[in-house]
Design a protein around this ligand. Structure first.
Ligand code: UDP
Length: 408
């Protein structure tokens, strides 16, 4: 059994038995080549988890390659309407013409058996689900669903299911998102974990963190509410402003920050969402928009998650909110919603709050701003919850399980 120095660092956080299980599984998979196919190189949770897994699997001689299929404008429009249906936010049907055009577009030699062959394939997210059917050499393959499919529109569900026969496994972020009626052993829940040794989550001295916030224009002598997320309507940013405004009536000195670095491959709607939000902020100089990737990097995300007074995650839908786990690791009790992922991650009243309506969210936020001993107690529980459930080795174990199922 060959060990990995990187993985061994986790013995400070998790038991030796988990590490041994990982090493045993990894030994069986040594030398295989796994191709991951998704739509963005950077930005968002998929890119994040692949970046986290990469160095560990390299230590096990498992080769990872990435193939990015960048959506053009038409493909993006189709998939945007698909996610609206799939996450259950909208009623309606999928246009047969748009569906056919999109599937044709995906089939037009975006991948070649010669250049893109591997021992196993993981196709990420709802956009790319037709791939394994379109390219029949792409096997064994798993489809990895990252969005919130707990309440899918039936037409969207049928659309996705119509492509699943070509896969050996469908992976979901939580039990709640697993499609009903899938064949036994066809689905797996993969725990998502964070890497506390990476720069974004590493310890950051208070003085240094506060300096970073100051450099981002924050008055560090006043309380700060923050939401870290891409600028996306599903992240419900307008409600964040509504909550802040209610809190401000009681605590006029409060400030608000949106941290969401734009990436070149980000969905094209992000700029529109940001502009709309800036308009909604109506010139309030206590609302800060941190969207410039030249300014917002790992240290900035770390500083905001660690040294904001309260963290919100107001998502309307969430397969699994990595940002919530990240903030919890940094001792923050997140004020989240009952979106599928968040209600799995948070324990209401113990390590954060699960609350949907604006007024109650503002009450909880104010309470955490004013009662710092409560904030600290829930924050300590939040950190402990992540340590026991959501660190990278747990994700690695689920990932190796999935590879075992499709490859061995
Ligand atoms: N993120 C980041 N910089 C930002 C905003 C977000 O690095 O300015 C990261 C964040 O730390 C998290 C990921 O992007 O790791 C977002 O993942 P999540 O699952 O919360 O949401 P998704 O974008 O996948 O819907």
């Amino acid at each position: 059994m060959r060990r990995s120095a990187q993985l061994d660092q986790y013995s400070a956080y998790i038991g030796e038995d988990v590490l041994t299980t990982i090493y045993n599984k990894a030994d069986k998979l040594r030398g295989i080549h796994v191709s991951h196919i998704n739509t963005t190189a950077h930005g968002g949770g998929v890119a994040e988890i692949l970046a986290e897994l990469e160095p560990l699997v390299r230590d096990f001689d498992i080769k990872h390659t990435r193939k990015i299929i960048q959506l053009d404008e038409k493909a993006h429009d189709f998939t945007s309407s698909l996610i609206g249906l799939l996450q259950g936010g909208q009623s309606g049907d999928i246009s047969a013409t748009d569906r056919d055009n999109f599937v044709d577009w995906l089939g037009q030699a975006r991948l070649s058996e010669h250049d893109d062959a591997a021992d196993a394939y993981i196709v990420h997210d709802y956009q790319l689900v037709p791939l394994a059917q379109l390219y029949d050499w792409m096997k064994p393959a798993a489809w990895f669903c990252h969005v919130d499919t707990a309440h899918p529109n039936p037409h969207a569900l049928n659309y996705v299911k119509s492509f699943l026969d070509a896969y050996q496994l469908a992976i979901f972020n939580t039990e709640l998102s697993v499609f009903p009626d899938l064949p036994t052993n066809f689905s797996q829940v993969m725990i998502l974990g964070i890497d506390p040794f990476q720069r974004k989550h590493a310890p950051l001295e208070h003085a240094q963190g506060v300096k970073i916030l100051q450099q981002c224009g924050i008055d560090v002598h006043r309380p700060l509410i923050t939401q870290v997320s891409r600028f996306d309507p599903w992240k419900n940013p307008k409600q964040v402003i509504d909550v802040y405004r209610l809190v401000k009536q009681q605590l006029p000195e409060v400030q608000l920050a949106f941290v969401g670095a734009m990436t070149a491959t980000d969905d094209t709607g992000a700029v529109d969402v940001l502009h709309d939000l800036q308009h909604y902020a109506d010139g309030d100089t206590d609302i800060h928009f941190l969207s410039d990737p030249a300014i917002v990097g790992d240290d900035q995300v770390n500083a905001f998650q660690r040294y904001s007074s309260v963290i919100l995650q107001r998502s309307l839908r969430e397969g699994f909110g990595l940002t919530a786990t990240e903030a919890m690791w940094k001792n923050q009790p997140v004020v989240g919603t009952s979106a599928t992922g968040l209600r799995t991650q948070l324990v209401d009243g113990q390590n954060g709050y699960i609350v949907d309506d604006t007024a109650t969210c503002a009450e909880r936020t104010l309470e955490l701003l004013l009662k710092r001993d409560l904030w600290q107690r829930l924050g300590t529980n939040a950190h402990e919850h992540v340590r026991t459930h959501y660190l990278l080795p747990m994700m690695l174990l689920s990932y190796l399980d999935a590879l075992e199922k499709i490859y061995l």
